[in-house]
Design a protein around this ligand. Structure first.
Ligand SMILES: Cc1cc2nc3c(=O)[nH]c(=O)nc-3n(C[C@H](O)[C@H](O)[C@H](O)COP(=O)(O)O)c2cc1C
Length: 245
């Protein structure tokens, strides 16, 4: 059984779509192929992968309550390709958005459902995830937690010879549990959708979000966007982008 995962975020690195794609991959069996869709140059390569696949999972951001235009352009080509090659695989979708409610992805899900009908594919359903940006940040925080734990262990070994600093481990465990909790809704549906993908079954449309109260989300989102605007939007990407001379 083969599944093609398509990361449709236009971002080259650290996209929320790549995070959710990696998570979903964990719960799907068989051969797994990951593709990125950013420009028309990617079309033919992805279409070739579709010829012998059993399932396709689109992982994409919500743009203006709909499908990003570069993905729509690919879907037009894909529709013709699937009809010409008589393809009928299952299509699933994982859509994430910046605002907190995953339900905002409903119109996007409808678009995919109609697309499947037109292209002759089997609509498998999908997951709409709210607070995608913030959930994506949890993986960065987890990496930071691991770095702090390693640092504390090194300092503990140097200062006292103790290889197991208990307080540092307790603090790491608490932080990791909190980050896991934020992701629980996503993980719950991904485990279930993974089983549907692996057994070629209809999953349906499910919506979830980062598991924090909305008023907390708004405070953090406001702080994040004020800081991001001070850096003209390129808060992290600007730092990590390759410099052109
Ligand atoms: C052009 C544009 C339009 C967007 N429109 C919406 C929207 O309508 N609703 C929403 O909740 N988030 C919207 N967002 C936020 C993205 O959905 C969000 O940042 C998402 O996590 C990006 O996913 P990615 O990192 O995989 O690209 C928009 C972002 C951009 C750049």
């Amino acid at each position: 059984m083969k599944t093609v995962f398509i990361n449709c975020s236009p971002k080259k690195r650290f996209s929320a779509s790549s995070y959710f794609l990696s998570l979903q991959r964990l719960f799907v069996g068989g051969t797994k192929v990951t593709e990125t869709l950013r420009t028309p140059a990617d079309h033919n390569r992805i279409l070739e992968q579709l010829k012998d696949t059993d399932a396709v999972v689109f992982c994409l951001p919500l743009y203006v309550d709909g499908i990003p235009s570069h993905v729509l352009r690919f879907m037009l080509v894909m529709e013709t390709f699937c009809r010409q090659n008589d393809l009928h695989f299952y299509l699933y979708c994982i859509a994430n958005n910046g605002f907190i409610e995953g339900k905002q992805n409903e119109p996007l899900m409808h678009s995919f459902e109609h697309f499947c009908r037109r292209a002759g594919l089997s609509w498998g359903g999908g997951i709409g995830i709210g607070g995608g940006v913030m959930l994506n940040v949890t993986r960065i925080l987890f990496a930071v937690d691991i770095a702090i734990l390693i640092l504390n262990t090194v300092l503990s070994v140097l200062n006292t010879g103790n290889f197991f600093p208990k307080d540092a481990w307790i603090s790491f465990g608490e932080n990791a549990a909190l980050l896991l909790y934020f992701n629980l809704g996503v993980l719950f549906y991904m485990i279930r959708m993974g089983s549907a993908i692996s057994s070629h079954k209809f999953f349906g449309k499910k919506y979830t979000r980062i598991l924090i109260p909305s008023f907390v989300f708004i405070i953090f989102a406001d702080i994040f966007f004020i800081i991001a605007s001070l850096f003209e939007g390129g808060l992290f990407r600007g730092w990590l982008a390759k410099k052109t001379v």
